[in-house]
Design a protein around this ligand. Structure first.
Ligand code: RP5
Length: 166
């Protein structure tokens, strides 16, 4: 977390083994000074604790839940079932199917309980955080300015790069 204020965004992950990837979400939130909390809870290994934690998030002032899991990745869907908050799913790359299993498990939510699903792995982790920033920026002019600056610098970096010799 960047500051000792209550978290606006939760980065939930199914296992400690997801952290190496999900730190890209946390680092992005830190860069934008978004108060956040990172938590390991599993839909199948700690089902009761997951339900309890997610159910209480909105009352704590959380506005977005980012949920990452791999394999039969039901964490984001389970989280979404226990809250009205927007849930962003990040599929983790898995050993056997390279994250295709995680992607399909996360994205293919039946009608009624949505999970906004991002790309597999690091890009998804960072983009889920950027999307959370965009959502917060709708009601926070300071955040909108930071996002604008980030986009501008990103564009400048591409344009400044040395031309490739093709
Ligand atoms: C999922 O199972 C986790 O989200 C993780 O991506 C995957 C493997 O977990 P570990 O066996 O490494 O704890 O629940």
């Amino acid at each position: 977390m960047t500051k000792k204020t209550s978290p606006l965004v939760v980065v939930l992950m199914g296992s400690k083994s997801d952290w190496e990837c999900m730190r890209h979400a946390a680092e992005t939130l830190t860069r934008f000074e978004v108060p956040h909390e990172c938590k390991v809870l599993s839909a199948h290994r700690t089902p009761r604790e997951t339900a309890e934690y997610v159910s209480k998030a909105e009352a704590r002032g959380v506005e977005v839940i980012i949920a990452a899991a791999g394999g039969a990745a039901h964490l984001a869907g389970v989280a979404a079932a226990h809250t009205l908050l927007p849930v962003f799913g990040v599929p983790m790359e898995s050993q056997s199917l390279k994250g295709l299993d995680s992607l399909l498990s996360t994205v293919q939510m039946p009608k009624g309980i949505p999970v906004a699903t991002f790309a597999i792995g690091e890009a998804g982790a960072a983009n889920a955080a950027l999307f959370a920033v965009a959502l917060l920026a709708l009601s926070d002019a300071g955040m909108a300015k930071k996002l604008e600056d980030f986009r501008r610098k990103q564009t400048e970096a591409v344009l400044k790069a040395a031309p490739l010799k093709l």
